[in-house]
Design a protein around this ligand. Structure first.
Ligand code: SAM
Length: 295
């Protein structure tokens, strides 16, 4: 890989290419994350398609780009398509940007990429920040295999089904959530996944007040009961351990619990330890303990 300035200049001279759609990653909070290549493309394409012309106008002013802007968002993407394809047909080059982050990840993009490809135009990504990946890699949760859920549906029946699937998923799951939906979502996850489930919440990534809040659902609910959610959040949920850890049966789990108590451990501490070891819910273990005491 040649990363010398020379190579960089060569690249700047040859891009943007006519008849090419560029998906350009823009910062999710820190302007310093806009790459030199992204700046170059944004200054030299014949048209920039963006979600919000005012918001992107501010970014483009900062880098002194004079490229014309065309709004392209979830309410007008169908009607804009032919105008954008004409631009490519006429040997123009387009940069598609979203309000923040990588276009095509939970914002318009997919349809335009599809249309450009179907019409045999080149599509190139100028990679940049993506909240989902940024949150995942700092979470400390397994990242070898993971799922991305974006925003969960608002419609109750769809949402319930999606949440049930997420709660059973063995891989780490990344979810986008607005600040006013955060506590509701955590409570829903707590019921389905149990309060011990590992979680890391990334707040205000790349910005001045960036923070990571974890490490179990119970702990983050407690945190947000004191600190009102403000800013932007990406939630990274650890996978379910159920039926994964050598399929320990319920009776084996209860034997483990009883033997720990017989060894002198307090029942609530024993339940916490066994829950961590086996992935069985703490609440379920407690309920079994109480049933025994009731008998
Ligand atoms: N395409 C974007 C990307 O690549 O990240 C995502 C766009 S999506 C419409 C916006 C959501 O991404 C926010 O509601 C939030 O969940 C997440 N997000 C964006 N910026 C963030 C940040 N700085 N910190 C945490 N989450 C962020």
């Amino acid at each position: 890989m040649d990363l010398t300035d020379n190579h960089h200049l060569k690249q700047e001279r040859s891009e943007p290419c006519p008849g090419t759609l560029y998906l350009v990653g823009t910062p999710i909070g820190n302007l310093g994350d806009l790459s030199p290549r992204a700046k170059h493309i944004l200054k030299n394409v014949s048209l920039i398609a963006c979600e919000d012309t005012r918001r992107s106008g501010n970014l483009l002013k900062k880098i002194d780009s004079k490229a014309p802007l065309l709004s392209y968002h979830k309410h007008n993407f169908k009607s804009r398509q032919s105008r954008l394809l004409d631009e490519l047909k006429n040997n123009g080059s387009i940069a598609l940007i979203s309000d923040a982050g990588l276009p095509g990840i939970n914002d318009p993009g997919e349809e335009l990429v599809n249309a450009a490809r179907s019409n045999s135009f080149e599509v190139i990504c100028i990679p940049g920040p993506c909240a989902a990946i940024t949150a995942l890699v700092i979470s400390g949760l397994p990242s070898e295999r993971f799922c991305f859920e974006g925003f969960l549906p608002k419609k109750q029946s769809l949402r319930k089904r999606r949440l049930e699937d997420i709660s059973k998923e063995h891989r780490t799951t990344v979810i986008y959530v607005s600040p006013h939906q955060l506590i509701k979502l955590l409570e829903e996850l707590s019921i389905l996944c149990g309060e011990n489930r590992p979680i890391q919440i990334a707040r205000e990534l790349t910005k001045r007040y960036e923070e990571s809040i974890g490490s179990t659902i119970e702990e983050v609910i407690e945190y947000f009961s004191i600190n009102k959610p403000k800013g932007e959040f990406t939630l990274v949920l650890g996978g379910s351990k159920k039926n994964e850890e050598s399929k320990i049966s319920e009776s084996e789990v209860l034997n483990k619990l009883n033997s720990l108590i017989k060894q002198g451990e307090k029942s609530n501490i024993a339940a916490i330890k066994i829950s961590k070891e086996t992935g069985y819910e703490k609440k379920w273990l407690y309920s079994k303990l109480h049933k025994k005491l009731d008998k």
